[in-house]
Design a protein around this ligand. Structure first.
Ligand SMILES: O=C[C@H](O)[C@H](O)COP(=O)(O)O
Ligand SMILES: C=C(OP(=O)(O)O)C(=O)O
Ligand SMILES: [Mn+2]
Length: 449
């Protein structure tokens, strides 16, 4: 990787276009200083790793693998701790084990992690008890605390985002390559959970089967070291373009631009305007790209996105993350899949069953029903089954902590429980038990497919 003015030139073409959901930084000079400093920082990921993920997603697009993408709606600086990161990773590894074993499919594991610090919002301000302040836009921009001072966008936070991402990624790499994620540890990941939760007990039974299968493979002479490490990738929404482009560099191997703030980045539902800055930015980088597609997406939109982002029609380059809502997925998804497939493009189709199913409980908490989440995934599988296309994976908001943010699940959370551990800075996440429940149910759907 080299850094110089030319390095960034191709990554700055978005600046001439309208960019939605950008922070209103009060001090432009401070912003420029921060950008200059970020441009001097080392990459967080290696371009070759992004290529590897693109290849893995190519397998997803071809129907040979399944994507598990998950993590917080909004990561928070004060949650960059060993405990939070380990719990999240453990949950994703457990879900991955369930999907691989019970679904009999290779699982590509991607976290919403180590960079998921910026949030698009539906309203620019928030009012509480007659006081109106700018809305919270993620820890990369302003503070969650409801005070005038905290809500002022501060570009210094972009540097904290970089350092928080680096620390998180470092621990994730240590866990995934240093032995913690060794498949022979399937029981260990569950130790604290097995007694307290029905999904933990169900998982324990599956882990025993995995043990037996591994003993069998051992006896057949398979090298147990094969199970020692796990491939795990980091992703986030590419929202604040000053940050993303300051971490965009020319890969010295190929001369291509990569956004080295994460392996995969996606463009959100609120910033996917075809003539907007975000799509222009994404079109310039070689990372695998995701685009969220909500219920207003037309087939023409989807085809134009393919033209802009995947002109070479390269499986793995483009992932469509559909988030229609349980009540719309069966109605809206078929035409998109049909027309995209007819065009000859091979995108990966992933289901985000969270963002179309949010509602406000009487208590004022933003929440989601586990049954709606499950029903959207069901609808997604039904649509792909009827069209003969591949249901490529799920994209979920989850945490490894035992929060009470979404209602339902095997270890049921009720609306009246929401206040107990409602800790999210933005959207409600599945807790560990609900996440495992979902993995078991999705594995069944995949097998029945
Ligand atoms: O993931 C994030 C939310 O869906 C998005 O920020 C919108 O949330 P809001 O309606 O609370 O602003
Ligand atoms: C804001 C998000 O999603 P969407 O762009 O689909 O609304 C998100 O993934 O947190
Ligand atoms: Mn969200």
């Amino acid at each position: 990787m080299t850094v110089n003015a030319e390095t960034h030139a191709g990554g700055h073409t978005w600046r001439d276009l309208p960019a939605a959901q950008q922070p209103d930084w009060p001090d432009q000079e401070a912003l420029r200083d921060v950008i200059a400093e970020l441009e001097s920082y080392p990459p967080l990921v290696f371009a070759g790793e992004c290529d590897q993920l693109r290849e893995r997603l190519g397998a997803v697009a071809r129907g040979e693998a399944f994507l598990l993408q998950g993590g917080d709606c909004a990561e928070a600086f004060d949650a960059v701790s060993a405990e939070h990161i380990r719990n999240k990773l453990k949950t994703l590894l457990q879900m991955g084990a369930v999907l691989t074993y019970a679904g009999s499919v290779p699982v590509v594991k991607v976290g919403r992690i180590a960079g998921q610090y910026s949030k698009p919002r539906s309203k620019p301000t928030e009012t509480r008890d007659g006081v109106t302040l700018p809305t919270y836009r993620g820890d990369s921009v302003n503070g969650f605390e409801f005070t005038e001072a905290a809500r002022i966008p501060d570009p210094e936070r972009l540097k904290r985002m970089y350092h928080a991402s680096a620390a998180t990624l470092n621990l994730v790499r240590a866990f995934t390559t240093g032995g913690y994620a060794d498949l022979r540890q399937v029981h260990a990941w569950n130790q604290d959970f097995v007694k307290s939760s029905p999904s933990g007990q169900r998982y324990e039974a599956l882990a025993r089967e995995i043990d037996r299968a591994m003993n069998f493979m051992n006896a057949c002479g398979v090298d147990p070291e094969e199970f020692r490490t796990v491939e795990f990738f980091a992703s986030h929404e590419a929202l604040v373009l000053d940050y993303e482009s300051s971490l965009t560099r020319v890969d010295s191997r190929t001369g291509n631009l990569y956004d080295v703030s994460g392996h995969m980045v996606w463009i959100g539902e609120r910033t996917r305007q075809l003539d907007g800055a975000h799509i222009e930015f994404a079109s310039r980088i070689r990372n695998p790209i995701g685009v969220k597609l909500g219920p207003t997406t037309t087939p023409e939109d989807a085809l134009t996105l393919i033209e802009r982002l995947d002109p070479e029609r390269e499986p793995g380059r483009l992932t469509f993350i559909t988030r229609m809502g349980a009540d719309k997925v069966r109605d809206k998804l078929p035409e998109l899949v049909e027309k995209v497939t007819a065009s000859g493009a091979q995108v990966a189709w992933i289901c985000d069953p969270m963002h179309g199913n949010t509602f406000e409980a009487a208590s004022g908490h933003k929440t989601r029903r586990f049954d709606d989440v499950l029903d959207e995934v069901k609808g997604f599988f039904e649509v792909h089954k009827s069209l003969g296309t591949h249901p490529g994976g799920i994209h979920v908001e989850l945490t490894g902590d035992d929060v009470t943010e979404c209602v339902g699940g095997g270890d049921e959370i009720f609306v009246d429980d929401l206040h107990q551990r409602y800790e999210t800075a933005c959207d409600p996440r599945l807790n560990r038990s609900q996440s495992l429940d979902l993995a078991f149910l999705v594995a069944e759907m995949y097998r029945d497919q």
